[in-house]
Design a protein around this ligand. Sequence first.
Ligand SMILES: O=C(O)[C@@H](CO)OP(=O)(O)O
Ligand SMILES: [Mg+2]
Length: 423
Amino acid sequence: MPLQITDLHAVEILDSRARPTLAVTLTTVDGARVRAGVPSGASTGTREAVELRDGDASRYNGQGVRTAVGHVNGEIAQALTGRSFDSAADVDRALLDLDGTDTKARLGANAVIGVSMAAMRAEAVLAGRELWQHIAQVAGTTPRLPVPHFNVVNGGAHATNNLDFQEFMLAPLGAPSLPEAVRAGAEVYAKLKAILSAQGHAVGLGDEGGFAPAVDRPEEVLQLLIDAVTATGHAAGREGIAIALDPAASEFHRDGGYDVAGEKLTSDQLIERYEAIVDRFPLWSIEDGLAEDDWGGWVRLTERLGDRVQLMGDDIFVTNPAIITEAISKKIGNSALIKVNQIGTVTETLEAMRICREAGYTQMVSHRSGETEDSFIADLVVGTGSGQIKSGAPARGERVAKYNRLIEIAEANPSLPFGLADA
Ligand SMILES: O=C(O)[C@@H](CO)OP(=O)(O)O
Ligand SMILES: [Mg+2]
């Protein structure tokens, strides 16, 4: 069914960090009316699509996002309304043509992704399908419920503590179902809070809803997580709850070295540190273990640890089909983090995921540290069957909106498989 847009409208709203972002409402001639909220990162890769954004909270001036909102309501609305598109992918192509840059810097990647997400939603409504079912149809994939990855301790750019590693996640790989995985995550989260409190730590939260204790050494945090897992009666490891890390190493890569808990490490020393961590803890995945510009280090990291753990590229790959293709040819990592606003259209996101699938790279769909209540990524992960999602802690509305949508899909579709997908 053709997609004929009669109205396109953006409004400036707030993200979960009290910074401006935008929501786009799209109406079709058939009366479908859908909305999409645009997320925004803090530890962004330098090669991400370029959003028109404001500065940090202290420099909030509303100018960047206001410009993006103006582009949706002006130039983009003018170009798209009244036209009939064969598909949401056609809308994405029109957006790319209209922007005319490689990075979406002119119209703003945040303006573009908002319209793109809304177009995919509208197409699903017109096809009479749930969004996840429609995405599976468009991508030619087999739907599956993912293992949620709960970021329960926040550091790096997401918290004001001195912890250099950014994310410590619980991955209930052994859970029998999605709702049970969410329940397990919530149980351990509550236990971790109790353990931290009992040890005199503050239990304030970082940007993604995880605790942000004043602990510097990553190994100490990992031990706390394992204590919380076992104290709730779960097995620590792949048969129960495993651990996933996102050190976000670009953020502590300075002057050619890596600053970890007061030490300056070379790439190889940091790789050795990861090997020791993998020996000692039930770690199953490391995202951005090295910096985005340390491609040589990434090759060695993959040689050393690629058979033992998932090595996922986020800042280094930025959901970019061309960069992922190059990285695959250089045997860098074995997995990609997938963020729709990193590349800027849903079509290119699905293309990045297809390239990964064909190369045997696993994929994890991800939120951003600045989020809205939009749960698009829950449908994206189910529809593409990629088997893994991260959406922060099992707390805070903008994070649980995604987990709750997954529970809703799981309850309504008991025959959907749950768990990791084959690479
Ligand atoms: O590094 C990351 O993986 C993300 C999401 O957790 O953080 P940000 O959105 O700040 O880039
Ligand atoms: Mg990351």
